[in-house]
Write a protein that binds this ligand. Structure first.
Ligand code: ACM
Length: 538
């Protein structure tokens, strides 16, 4: 054991002894109900779970402590306390100085353990009197907190003590993600979604350890982000939606609010400005950008592939430079998505010229370029990222260029595909995607793309057929929960029969969060789960 780790563990041990040693009198030991940590309904499934069949009694004598001076850790303690309050209406203090009434501790510890190899790795040790969460980073601690949230029972066990006590199954969880990139995309261009709606989606994604939200901010039907140097983009281009509804856009302050809210949940926002196709709303706002030679008017339909920027005009690149500059300045994450899909009316040589130039602009503003798979036809850098959505041959080209690939094959991962012929919303041009099909595929070797080239998985939600948060939830849930497991958990830890039981047990959480999920008949949706069996003997 490294000396530093030893010191840290000693600090944790002293804290626990201090807190627990200060109990005025030894209370009779509580007999906990039977527990089995390995059978908890955790999604995504952790790397390793070792059950010790005892329990930690969460109650009003519990306090949360976090490593002093470790950036972000106290906020994570506060976040956990808030979630405990909202789940079971129990208020517990964070970094509370007086110890007299504290009998049990949850310690969120910044550790230097070399076993924690990646930034999001964490270890959770659940004993009778203490829960210790170790992580090298605040990000890892935040992921670990989600695991803890999932195993806190909804119902207290009133037979154990004169006050309410929530037994948490004891044992050890060693966990780290299989893929570093675990994402959903939300199309706010075809229909606009408010800051409030996006925040709710972020809250739900965070619970399942998803760490990226890609916002498709512009398309033929709408431009949704304020660009101060080109104000007509939102004045004109933001005024429409598919179906003639009223549109909308994020001011830069709104966007910053979304970015900050996501960052508090260790979620990175990726902005997408789709070009050179999918640009009707931009070109109507500023006709100088237009390259298709046709008369321009606002568009509320669903057909795609008719618009293009003029790729040979320097003004177009000045415009793109301004847009990338303004958005990058308020986007702390490392990525900028340039779209690049379905530019059917851009000549091939113009498309290549365009993507080559735009890649340089994105890099000049300090971002790594992502584009839909078609960008591999340009001379893109190996540091840029290709997003596979339709043709594996493009993904294979990306691999040949040494690029990373994001896996979003439409027939498996598109959240806007209908579940079946009875679906209330969605499309089915790629496939019907019932809940089992969404889960039962193997991104690790899908279409022969080597795992080393796969950055991760993204489930896009296009919004042609949805305009409210309830409709968004209908298409996203429960399938996005499966994509979280496909991207976090190893192949060996994924199994449909086991997953579908754990998924059924998400119903109380989804109901509590007022999520209007699609109640697939493939799943036995549970309302609550509780056991009172007493086995504790010491
Ligand atoms: C896409 O679905 N056009 C990326």
């Amino acid at each position: 054991m490294k000396f530093k780790n030893f010191c840290q563990l000693t600090t944790v041990a002293i804290l626990i002894i201090l807190v627990l040693g200060c109990k005025k009198q030894q209370k009779p030991r509580i007999k906990f109900p039977a527990t089995d940590l390995s059978k908890e309904n955790l999604i995504p499934k952790p790397l390793k779970i070792i059950a010790t069949n005892n329990a930690f009694g969460l109650d009003k004598h519990t306090a949360i402590y976090t490593t002093k001076g470790a950036a972000g850790f106290e906020d994570i303690g506060d976040f956990l306390a808030k979630k405990i309050k909202s789940k079971i209406n129990l208020e517990i203090p964070v970094n509370y100085e007086g110890v007299e009434t504290i009998e049990r501790v949850i310690y969120i510890n910044k550790s230097n353990s070399l076993e924690l190899e990646t930034p999001e790795a964490y270890q959770l040790y659940i004993n009778k009197d203490s829960i210790i969460l170790n992580s090298n980073t605040a990000e890892g601690a935040f992921r670990g907190i989600q695991t803890l949230r999932q195993i806190i029972p909804e119902v207290s066990n009133d037979t154990l003590a004169e006050h309410k006590i929530w037994p948490i199954a004891s044992g050890k969880i060693i966990d780290a993600p299989n893929f570093e990139y675990r994402a959903s995309m939300l199309d706010v261009a075809r229909h606009f979604f408010s800051v409030k709606d996006v925040k709710k989606y972020i809250d739900l994604l965070a619970y399942y350890k998803i760490n990226i939200l890609h916002l498709h901010l512009t398309d033929d039907q709408g431009w949704r982000i304020e660009i101060k140097s080109w104000p007509k983009l939102t004045e004109i281009g933001g005024s429409t939606e598919v179906g003639g509804e009223s549109g909308g856009f994020y001011t830069q302050e709104d966007y910053k609010e979304i970015v900050a809210y996501a960052a508090e949940r260790y979620i990175t926002i990726i902005p997408e400005v789709d070009m050179p196709g999918h640009t009707n709303a931009a070109s109507v706002s500023y006709p100088i950008l237009n390259g298709n030679g046709k008369a321009l008017k606002l568009y509320e339909g669903m057909r795609v592939g008719f618009s293009t920027f003029n790729t040979r005009k320097d003004t177009v690149y000045s415009f793109i430079n301004d847009v990338v500059k303004e958005i990058s300045a308020i986007t702390p994450g490392p990525y900028f998505h340039i779209g690049g899909d379905e530019s059917h009316v851009t000549k091939k040589k113009d498309y290549i010229y365009f993507v080559n130039r735009v890649e340089k602009i994105v890099q000049a503003h300090g971002k790594r370029m992502i584009g839909w798979e078609e960008i591999v036809n340009a001379n893109v850098d190996s540091t840029s990222i290709s997003q596979y959505w339709k043709h594996s041959k493009n993904a294979k080209k990306a691999v040949k260029k040494g690029m990373k690939v994001i896996m979003s094959p439409a027939e498996k991962a598109y959240l806007d595909m209908e579940y079946d012929t009875l679906s209330k919303h969605g499309l089915h041009w790629a496939a019907y995607i019932p809940v089992d099909t969404a889960y039962k595929w193997t991104p690790e070797n899908f279409e022969g793309i080597p795992k080393e080239n796969i950055l991760g998985i993204e489930a896009p939600l296009w919004s042609e057929t949805i305009s409210t948060i309830e409709e968004l939830e209908y298409l996203a849930f429960p399938r996005i929960i499966g994509y979280s497991e496909l991207s976090w958990s190893t192949k060996e830890n994924r199994d449909w029969e086991n997953y579908k039981v754990r998924l059924g047990n998400q119903a109380p959480f989804l109901d509590r969060m007022d999520v209007k999920y699609y109640p697939s008949k493939l799943i036995d949706w549970k309302k609550s789960k509780h056991t009172n069996e007493i086995i504790e003997k010491d």
